[in-house]
Design a protein around this ligand. Sequence first.
Ligand SMILES: Cc1ncc(COP(=O)(O)O)c(C=O)c1O
Length: 394
Amino acid sequence: MIPSILPTYNRAPLHFVKGEGSWLIERDGRRFLDLGAGIAVNALGHAHPALVEALTEQAGALWHISNLYHVDKQAALADRLVDLTFADTCFFTNSGTEACELAVKMARRYWYAHGRPERTKILTFDGAFHGRSTAAIAAVGTPKMTEGFGPLLPGFVQLPFGDIEALETALEDAEVGAVLIEPIQGEGGIRSLGDDALRKVRAACDAAGALLILDEVQCGMGRTGRLFAHEWAGITPDIMMVAKGIGGGFPLGAVLATEEAAAPMTAGTHGSTYGGNPLGCAVGLAVVDIVADPAFLSEVSRKATALRQGLESLVASHPDVFESVRGEGLMLGLRCRLPATDVVQAGYAEDLLVIPAADNVVRLLPALNIPEAEIAEALARLEKTATRAAAKAA
Ligand SMILES: Cc1ncc(COP(=O)(O)O)c(C=O)c1O
C-alpha cells in the first residue's frame, strides 16, 4: 500500500524534534552535529534568536496579504539586495525551482522584446541541478531527472561543465539566448567552475550577446565567504537565482536581475501567491542583516580555512576512505573512495550529519556561524566516521 506521504524520498531513519545552532536533537535524545544545515538552508543554524524574533514578531502582525497590495518587508528586502549586489530589481519566490522558472521566462522574454524571439535556447551543463519543475528538469536533461516526464520543455542544450571551447562553439548558434550555470555545483558533487572559467563564461556570453544566468541557490548567501560566489571572479550576471540560505530555513527564493534583462517583465507577465510574503521577507531581512556584514563574511572565510585544513589531514590519514577535498568556503566536499553513502551512514552512527552528492562526494555545508569548537568536534567525529566506514568495508 502506498504510504500517506508519496514515497519520492529515501529518508534516513532519523526523527529530529529540535534544533539549536549546529545541533539537531533526535526524538531519542541523541544530539547530532549538523554539517548539512538542511542542504545549505539553515545558514545561521537552527533557531537563531534574531530569526526567531523576526518571524514571531511578523507572525503577530501580518502573515499574508497577497501581491495585490504593497508588502513593505518585501520592498525593504528588495532594496537591501539591490544595494548589496549587481541587481537593479528582484522578484521573490518560495524556492529555487521557482526562481529557475522565472529566470528561464525572463531570458526568453528579453529576446522576444528585443525582436529576436528565436533566441530561446539556453545552454546548461552536465552535473547541474536547478530544481524539479518541468523547466528545471529539461534544463538538466539527464534520464535520471527526465525519464517518464516527457514531453520536455524544448530549448535546452547541455554542455560539459567548465568546457569553455564547447561553450564558445555552442554560442555560435544564433538561437542561443542565455547560459545558465552554477558557479559551484552542489548536487553535482561540489564542483567549482573556478574564477578564471567564470570570467571566460561571462566574456563568451558578452561576445555572443547572450544573457548570463547564475544559479547561486546553493553557493550564494555567504557560503563562499562573499555574499555571492561570483563576486570572487569580479564578474556580474544578468540574472541570478537565489534561495536556500536567504530564508535561513523559511521558504524564500528570489530572482535578481539587471534593469536591462528584467525590463520586459512588465505587469501581468509573472506572479506568485506566496512569493515575497511578509513572513519570508521578515526572516530574509534578518538573515541578510547578519550575513552581508563584511565582518561576518570574513569569519566565514576564516572558519572555512580551519575546516578545510582539518579535512586535508583527514584525507591524508584515511586514503582508503577519502580521495580529496574540494569546494570553496563552507561549501566543501570529500570525494570518497568508499561509496559516499556508506560514509554518510557511518556518520549517523557517530551522531554526525553530512550529505551525499553526485560524483561519490560527501558534502559539508555547515551553518555559516558554526563556532570554532564545533568545527573541532566535527573533525573529531569525521575521524571516527572514517575509521568506522573503513572497518565496515574491510
Ligand atoms: C543549485 C540549485 N538550484 C536550484 C535548486 C532548487 O531549489 P529548491 O529545492 O528550493 O526548489 C537547488 C536545490 O537543491 C540547487 O541546489
